[in-house]
Design a protein around this ligand. Structure first.
Ligand code: OOG
Length: 263
């Protein structure tokens, strides 16, 4: 589609950024702009990140979304997307999430990587493992800026930074070749009761494949995965809607655990 003064990417990014800052849900962009395509939506996402950088936030990594069949079915969407993580989105392990700062937050069980070398374009599984210094347990807090957490197409979720809100990382980092990353049992409990569980191959068949896909998606935008990035590989299960008082814990076989509370 062609941008014009009425629907330029910065105006759309500003609309979503204001919604986030004011905790006010808005209509999906495609309800007014049915022609919005995925590449346009990434332009909106990039503009949105520029607004956050202008506000002093620093990019620390990327997140993959819709990498598991469970999530794709739940959201009725068919392909993986990425979003950007900033320093201000990080919650300390064991920390507290203030639900009043969000619109309708949900939490998901994840596996994360930290890169020590740049990755670009088409990469192999071995190249990803060589470029990742560590792998660890993580949870992502999603918070769509769209009304009722409802959007209807990939461009909507891409423009909204793949619904990302906050993330929490486990404190113990492991070498990525120390275990079979496709066979780890993941159990997320809320207030001591099991809420979601899956094996790590629910994430793209292999969480490393999420990183390969991320590099491909970035290459389409002429971008690379920088050294020193945190990468959230995508949720293994559907998300849990957070309620005040929730204490959420994720245990991943071989990787340890991480906890966060909601107030
Ligand atoms: C989209 C983001 C999904 C994941 O890990 O699958 C996601 C959404 O559910 O709104 O981050």
């Amino acid at each position: 589609m062609t941008w014009n003064d009425e629907v330029d990417p910065s105006a759309l990014a500003l609309r979503l950024n204001d919604a986030r800052r004011e905790r006010r849900a808005v209509a999906p962009l495609t309800s007014g702009l049915p022609g919005l395509a995925v590449p346009d939506a990434y332009t909106v996402q990039e503009e949105g990140i520029r607004l956050r950088q202008a506000d002093g936030e620093r990019v620390v990594g990327l997140k993959m979304g819709l990498t598991s069949e469970a999530k794709r079915r739940q959201m009725n969407l068919d392909s993986p997307v990425y979003g950007v993580l900033t320093d201000r989105m990080r919650v300390a392990a064991g920390g507290v999430i203030a639900l009043g700062q969000a619109i309708h937050p949900k939490i998901e069980p994840e596996i994360a990587f930290r890169t020590s070398r740049e990755l670009r374009g088409q990469v192999t599984r071995d190249e990803v493992l060589d470029a990742c210094a560590s792998v660890f347990v993580a949870m992502e807090i999603l918070d769509s800026r769209y009304r009722d957490f409802k959007y209807f197409s990939l461009p909507d979720v891409v423009a909204d930074n793949a619904s990302s809100s906050l993330f929490v990382l486990g404190e113990v980092e492991h070498p990525p070749r120390a275990m079979d990353l496709t066979k780890l049992e993941m159990r997320m409990s809320v207030n001591g009761a099991l809420a979601q569980s899956a094996r790590s191959d629910a994430i793209s068949g292999d969480p490393v494949v999420s990183v390969i896909q991320l590099c491909e998606l970035l290459a389409r935008r002429g971008q690379v995965l920088p050294a020193g990035s945190i990468v959230l590989a995508g949720a293994a299960t559907v998300a849990h809607m957070l309620q005040p008082g929730d204490r959420v814990r994720l245990d991943v076989e071989g990787l340890g655990s991480v906890e966060v509370s909601a107030a």
